[in-house]
Design a binder for this molecule. Structure first.
Ligand code: NAP
Length: 331
């Protein structure tokens, strides 16, 4: 398929500086954790990625283990690059990660230098790239000295295989330590990737303060709570094909009557400003300037388009924020 990116692609999207770095990221980025495996529909995935790029979403987030099977999302993305996006490589921020179980034996998991180095080489091969823009350590490793993991990240950056280093799922204390080790090695920690949504607020308890103090950016994953904060589950049922219907990462048992009541109350606020619940959830994250980008997933171009409307919405007012807070505080 011949593809020419929309000339107006940067007009509607807004960009935020990532911590104190030189890099800006779109307020909304697209992740390929789900929907891009070898058993997913390639055409839908490609259309979703190209729709994103045409709307100024120039950041795509991957990891070695995204699929299923692990590695296949990078292969899918490599195919989209080769067919359509490679002419725009200089406009793209592509990230990948290593830190979870990827291959058998002692070197395919956690945070050793051996694992990170071999994993990034394999990711680059799958995507057909010479370098990624951001390489993350995917989760803290309780056994490997943090110096070893951070030195591996710093060396990867020095060798030009990644332009920036990042960490993911580190708590406030672990982040402060990792950032300080990286700084001593002369490679700043560009970004942290934690989970964050209206239903999951752990980063407000110290992590955001650390990141602000250190000048590290923050890209928030699962901002729609894997689809709960969208129109998908408002009637309490589990639609066929939805993430909850697969029952692996989002359990049907988490969709309780109390939660459905809360989601509907939030949806009333969304309706008052004539937007979707997903849009409200994204705007709520963007209220905090320390959040550089909201890292969404989407299983179709239409979901993506609905979520992108957040960029053209006015920010949430004090009154709306208070009303949301009141609903979120209900047990
Ligand atoms: N660092 C980490 O450890 C980590 C962990 C998890 C995720 N991530 C990153 O964060 C990205 C996003 O995570 P996520 O997929 O959990 O994010 P999310 O945005 O909270 O959930 C995305 C899912 O919600 C549903 N959805 C999205 N928009 C919708 C809409 N407008 N209407 C109805 N349903 C909608 C879709 O699921 P269905 O249509 O399938 O129901 C979609 O796949 C990942 O791709 C990955 O890059 C990182």
């Amino acid at each position: 398929m011949a593809y020419k990116a929309k000339a107006a692609r940067y007009e509607a999207m807004k960009y935020r500086r990532c911590g104190k770095s030189g890099l800006k990221l779109p307020e909304i980025s697209l992740g390929l954790w789900h929907n891009f495996g070898s058993s997913d529909n390639y055409k839908t995935g490609r259309e979703t990625v190209l729709t994103a790029f045409d709307a100024g979403v120039c950041h795509f987030d991957l990891a070695n283990n995204y699929g299923p099977p692990p590695g296949s999302a990078e292969i899918t993305f490599g195919k989209i690059l080769k067919q359509n996006l490679m002419p725009y490589r200089g406009e793209l921020i592509i990230s990948t990660k290593a830190g979870y179980d990827m291959w058998p034996g002692p070197y395919g998991d956690w945070g050793s230098r051996k694992y990170l180095t071999a994993s990034l080489d394999a990711s680059l091969k799958r995507m057909g790239l010479d370098y990624v823009d951001i390489f993350y350590h995917h989760r803290p490793d309780p056994e490997t000295p943090i110096e070893e993991t951070m030195t591996a990240l710093a060396d990867i950056v020095r060798r030009g295989k990644a332009l920036y280093a990042g960490i993911s799922n580190y708590n406030a204390e672990q982040s402060a330590r990792a950032i300080s080790v990286l700084r001593a090695l002369g490679v700043p920690c560009l970004i942290h990737q934690p989970s964050y949504s209206m239903l999951n607020r752990w980063i407000e308890d110290g992590l955001l303060d650390v990141l602000e103090k250190e000048g590290t950016g923050c890209i928030c994953f699962s901002p729609l709570a894997q689809g709960l904060l969208t129109g998908r589950y408002l009637n309490g049922a589990i639609p066929a094909g939805s993430r909850a219907s697969k029952g692996v990462f989002l359990k049907p048992s988490s969709i309780t009557p109390q939660l459905v009541k809360k989601l509907n109350a939030l949806n009333e606020i969304a309706k008052e400003r004539n937007c979707a619940l997903s849009t409200l959830a994204i705007l709520w994250i963007l209220r905090d300037k320390r959040c550089t980008s909201v890292l969404i997933g989407a299983s179709s171009p239409s979901q993506l388009k609905e979520n992108l409307t957040a960029v053209s919405q006015p920010p949430l007012s004090e009154k709306e924020l208070q009303n949301i807070e009141r609903i979120l505080q209900i047990p």
